[in-house]
Design a protein around this ligand. Structure first.
Ligand SMILES: C[S@@+](CC[C@H](N)C(=O)[O-])C[C@H]1O[C@@H](n2cnc3c(N)ncnc32)[C@H](O)[C@@H]1O
Length: 272
């Protein structure tokens, strides 16, 4: 049985930790050079990684199925993903503003990695709020903790999650799932688990690559966003906002539980 959502069936290779990136970069230096030659041949090289990515990224549409050799896309993406230039294309402040993150909220940053978003989320929710930062990799979680400034250590609660165990002990106001869903094997079950820890009015901020790499073929393809949204609806999640388009390399959805009005009615019914 295929557990991957049809719009997201093309997965990129698991793991974005810095150590893994370095390993990949070292071992693939040669193919990277080859990628540059190919980019020149295609007339797409502008001299900056960010521009390279812009060039090979195409809008997510139903009709276009452009296949991009991994050396041209995936390698380039990995180089910039874990680099200091991430702010330029990740636009974290804008993301958190659009998500309407507020002081005092209880938040889950699921698949927090080394805490790129965790630190920023924690500084906004502040000491009145709480961030459950989860990851399945212990060493990554440790690095996330080490990266926290002293004033945020009490705001962030690190949780070592299992593949099918979120480990989050209470319902939250907002969930961040950034560059994680494509790595998860059973995406429907994972999303159902996430929904179970969302308060009725909670938002799920879902950001992932516009292109994911097929594990078998090694080729990157655009994510089919319309199909993904249909599958999310079937899972019980619906857009809380129209899709947001200011991120050049990623799709950005803000979702809510489809039945949150029904949940409210149920709660009223259960109140004595
Ligand atoms: C590409 S990184 C993104 C990290 C972070 N969200 C960011 O944007 O910088 C994906 C992370 O998700 C973690 N991950 C993968 N599957 C997970 C799961 N089922 N539960 C929690 N974390 C998971 C990986 O270990 C990895 O650290």
């Amino acid at each position: 049985m295929n557990h991957v959502l049809p719009g997201l069936e093309i997965q990129y290779v698991k793991g974005c930790a810095r150590s893994k990136m370095k390993m990949i970069l070292t071992s693939r230096l040669l193919s990277l050079s080859l990628a540059w030659v190919m980019l020149l041949v295609f007339g797409m090289s502008y001299g900056k990684w960010s521009e390279v990515i812009e060039e090979v990224s195409v809008p997510v549409t139903l009709s276009r199925e452009i296949i991009i050799p991994r050396d041209l896309y995936q390698e380039s993406f990995e180089v910039v993903f874990d680099s200091e230039t991430r702010d330029l294309w990740q636009k974290p402040d804008q993301v958190l503003e659009v998500a309407a993150l507020e002081a005092g909220m209880t938040v889950a940053d699921i698949g927090c990695g080394e805490g790129y978003f965790t630190r920023r989320i924690a500084s906004i929710v502040g000491s009145e709020g709480l961030v459950y930062a989860t990851d399945i990799q212990k060493e990554v979680l440790d690095r996330m903790q080490e990266s926290l400034p002293a004033e945020l250590t009490s705001v962030v609660h690190p949780i070592l999650a299992g593949d099918s165990e979120l480990g989050i002990p209470q319902a939250v106001d907002m969930v961040f799932l950034i560059q994680v869903l494509g790595e998860v094997a059973n995406q429907r079950q994972f999303l159902k688990q996430i929904m179970s820890i969302m308060k009725p009015q909670a938002k799920l901020v879902l950001i992932d690559s516009k292109h994911l790499t097929d594990r078998q073929t090694g080729y990157a393809r655009p994510v089919n966003l319309s199909r993904l949204l249909q599958e999310l609806e079937k899972t019980g999640l619906t857009p809380a906002e129209p899709p947001i388009h200011f991120l050049p390399k990623q799709f950005f959805l803000i979702l809510k539980k489809k039945n949150h009005y029904q949940s409210q009615i149920d709660q009223v019914d259960q109140t004595p």
